[in-house]
Design a protein around this ligand. Structure first.
Ligand SMILES: Nc1ncnc2c1ncn2[C@@H]1O[C@H](COP(=O)(O)OP(=O)(O)O)[C@@H](O)[C@H]1O
Ligand SMILES: O=C(CO)[C@@H](O)[C@H](O)COP(=O)(O)O
Length: 466
């Protein structure tokens, strides 16, 4: 049996799936945790990747590997291939002012035309501008800029600082793919936009070579083929084999809403990011900063686990008897309110109950994603069904409330690691030269039961909070 491996190096953990390249059958899997926080030493991701592979029974029999990863994170390398400072992650909002400065200088319309995106604090370019302004000496030392999956792919191929890697710090060997490059805000249809990179960082630097969907990055020192990898959302779209009419809603650390399209999207308002996908097409996407961890925080507040939180939420009426949570605990990206905080409203003595609070948390995070779905559709994307994935999608209350908040049928695919699966599909593609046609357990379609009053009340509370 020929085996291929896919990795999801995401915000909270690293997951590995090892599959039969011919049938797609899952053979082994493993995982390891990542540290908390919005700035992380990339060495922790490398350690977690090795631990997750060990948990999955090691590399034995694996012929090809691809790594998908959390998008946008800034991995700044010096000329010796050393990481200059902890990576700033996609959910670190300290670069909010840098984003505004870049837009003032370049213009939102020009950014959208040149890169498909308008800077928000998540994107790599804004983190580089923050580095230039706040840590001038660090910025001056930057010789190369990579994204999390680029850096891990480079390390897997044996590159890295002298003494810590067999092949040493060959910066020109850094690689990436279209999907992750498209989240930098200095890459567009014509490749890297060096003017925008220099505007952000203050000088030019080595950037990873952008590989095509089935193009190999190289091999590991042990001879395993290494694929180009992808941003995690593009990885999930590939893992789900998302087709026209499918909109993926992922509820992990981030909340994301995205679809695969044949034509690029450029939204000068910046709400929808015009990313590329992992197959040569495009991936219009909105992302929220407040998703599964809204439920983690609410479960902590109520002193319960996820199962009990779900049970409580299902005990309450749809609409939480008027209690509304606008869940901007981490600031927010969609809408772009990086300095915002969360607020409860509509509380009365009657609805200040554990079930209503649990229900309001579930509905609040979903309403933010429903607003995002409206924005994606406004770009001409057709939504015939929602594929609900990510850690929190396994919660029965989230699944039921999704049928009440969205006006499109919801499908919950069988529990799985769809980002890592997409990476495994890519590894099989690179190995054989053909995109695999592995079957997917699409899950049952849940009947739509839209309750417009949930979104109406949420919209009122959101306006009051914004
Ligand atoms: N049954 C559940 N109900 C609610 N949240 C859950 C449940 N299971 C996992 N989660 C949450 O989902 C998140 C992890 O989801 P995941 O998609 O793996 O995230 P990421 O890819 O961003 O690391 C964690 O915040 C975790 O607490
Ligand atoms: O910022 C984005 C997409 O633009 C996030 O989706 C990150 O890619 C992190 O994803 P998760 O770790 O939450 O899956």
């Amino acid at each position: 049996m020929t085996l291929v491996a896919g990795v999801d190096s995401s915000t909270q953990s690293c997951k590995v799936v090892i599959r039969d390249a011919a049938t797609g059958a899952l053979v082994r899997s493993g995982r390891a945790s990542h540290p908390d926080g919005t700035e992380v030493d990339p060495a922790a991701w490398w350690g977690a990747l090795l631990t997750a592979f060990a948990d999955a029974g090691g590399f034995d029999g694996v012929e090809a590997i691809s790594i998908a990863g959390q998008q946008h994170g800034m991995v700044a390398l010096d000329a010796d291939g050393r990481v200059i400072r902890d990576a700033l992650l996609w959910n670190d909002t300290r670069s909010a002012q840098a984003a505004r400065d870049l837009i003032d200088e370049v213009g939102a319309e020009a950014y959208s035309r040149r890169t498909g995106v308008v800077p928000v604090a998540s994107f790599t370019a804004t983190k580089l501008r923050w580095l230039r302004d706040a840590e001038t000496e660090h910025a001056a030392r930057v010789a190369a800029v990579a994204l999390p999956h680029d850096w891990l792919t480079w390390r897997l191929r044996g590159y890295g600082p002298a003494g810590e890697s067999p092949l040493g710090p060959v910066l020109e060997e850094l690689t990436t793919d279209r999907s992750d490059a498209s989240g930098t805000a200095y890459w567009g249809a014509d490749g890297y936009d060096r003017d925008l990179l220099v505007r952000a960082l203050g000088h030019d630097a080595v950037l990873p070579r952008v590989l095509g969907p089935g193009e190999a990055a190289g091999r590991t020192p042990d001879g395993i083929l290494v694929g180009p990898g992808a941003g995690d959302n593009a990885g999930a779209a590939l893992g789900l084999d998302a087709a026209p009419g499918d909109v993926v809603v992922s509820i992990g650390t981030s909340g994301t809403v995205f679809a695969v399209t044949d034509s690029p999207v450029a939204d000068p308002s910046g709400t929808v990011a015009g990313f590329a996908d992992a197959t040569g097409r495009f991936l219009p996407l909105i992302a929220t900063l407040n998703a599964a961890r809204v439920l983690d925080a609410t479960a902590g507040l109520l002193g319960v686990d996820h199962a009990e939180l779900g049970r409580l939420a299902l005990e309450a009426e749809p609409g939480a008897s008027g209690a509304v949570l606008v869940p901007y605990f981490e600031g927010e990206r969609t809408p772009n309110l990086p300095e915002a905080t969360a607020s409860f409203s509509g509380l009365t003595l009657a609805n200040t109950t554990r079930p209503s609070i649990a229900r309001a948390a579930v509905e609040g995070l979903l309403c933010g994603l429903a607003d995002g779905l409206d924005a994606v559709r406004a770009q001409g994307v057709e939504a015939r069904r929602i594929l609900l994935i990510g850690g929190a999608a396994q919660n029965p209350a989230v699944q039921l409330a999704a049928t009440q908040v969205f006006d499109v049928p919801v499908v919950v695919p069988a529990p799985g690691e769809y980002v890592a699966d997409g990476a495994a599909r890519q590894a099989a593609w690179v190995r054989s030269g053909r995109r695999p046609t592995w079957p997917i357990d699409a899950g049952a379609r849940m009947p739509t039961d839209t309750r417009p009053e949930i979104r109406r009340r949420y919209a009122e509370a959101r306006e009051a909070a914004g």
